[in-house]
Design a protein around this ligand. Sequence first.
Ligand code: ADP
Ligand code: MG
Length: 344
Amino acid sequence: MSEKKEIYQLEHVTKVFREGNNEVRAVDDVSFSIYEGEIFGIIGMSGAGKSTLVRTLNRLEEITDGTIRFDDVNLQELSSIQLRKVRQSIAMIFQNFNLMMQKTVLDNVMAPMRIAKKLSRQQQREKAKQMLEIVGLQEKAEAYPAQLSGGQRQRVAIARALAMDPRVLLCDEATSALDPKMTDEILTLLKDINRRLHLTIVIITHEMKVIEKICDRVAIIEHGKLAEIGAVEQIFTEPQSSAAKHLLLPFIQGDNPFDMTDKRCFRIVFDGRKATEPVIANLVKATGEEVNILSANTRSVGGVGYGQMIVEIPEDPVKAEKVLDYLHSIDINLTEIEGKEESL
Ligand SMILES: Nc1ncnc2c1ncn2[C@@H]1O[C@H](COP(=O)(O)OP(=O)(O)O)[C@@H](O)[C@H]1O
Ligand SMILES: [Mg+2]
């Protein structure tokens, strides 16, 4: 495996907001790295500190303590002129797109190049058109943002971000104002850009489905602290922190919360080694016993099948033992759930 280069290194990053005698530790002693070329997710509930954290990554927010290195450079040590230069490599998109409504799409995409005095006017136009092509909006160059759908507006914002040839794209709830179909389109586009341009992408979201769809790794933030970090498939199959379990719970259960009191229930985690359907079919074939599937949620994460199933086994102890013997014999991740499910 090739050595992964760290594009961001955060060490003990803390941000305290002070209002009178009140102190809010919006980011509290957070340390992690982001690797070049990956899609890195940061998830947490509203108020967890995600936006503050992502704003520290381009020094829109000055940190109270700790260090942030971008491409081996300590951001805090940069003069304002150096910072301006470095920021050209760090693009950002937002939930509400931040487009200039009175300017055409093309003008919007050209704006950062114009401000940075990058390229000639003609070259800026050419570059902006290329960027619009990447996001599939070349036909809309002369349109105004008001004439576009939300998804198209976010595409313009992405084209504008790409125009400066950034090393990293920070996305703060970039799909939160979009309906599910447009969300999917934007996420697919981001993944495509990540692969084609080898652009590092940092995704801030409160939605697990966003993380699941495109992220390679994810950090879970709770009350300003890093609760858990890891590969997406790892967090989805074996969440350790209560914050991760809490965020995954509605995702796994869907709209069918269930009560397992008075039942013997087991969780089977599928980790990509075994397909889900044959396990249950083979179980029934091998034991002649039925199990009741209370909840099943399997999906493709990072191109591999993952998921979990919660099954109720027969009450009859003899039948139960047959079922358990079989499940133990096939080398599968199996754990008994005690009483009411609260840990996924
Ligand atoms: N400029 C600010 N001044 C004071 N408190 C702030 C400021 N920005 C954010 N906060 C507080 O920091 C905490 C984290 O906010 P934020 O980073 O916006 O969370 P998230 O993006 O996860 O919803 C919240 O308690 C919020 O009220
Ligand atoms: Mg936020």
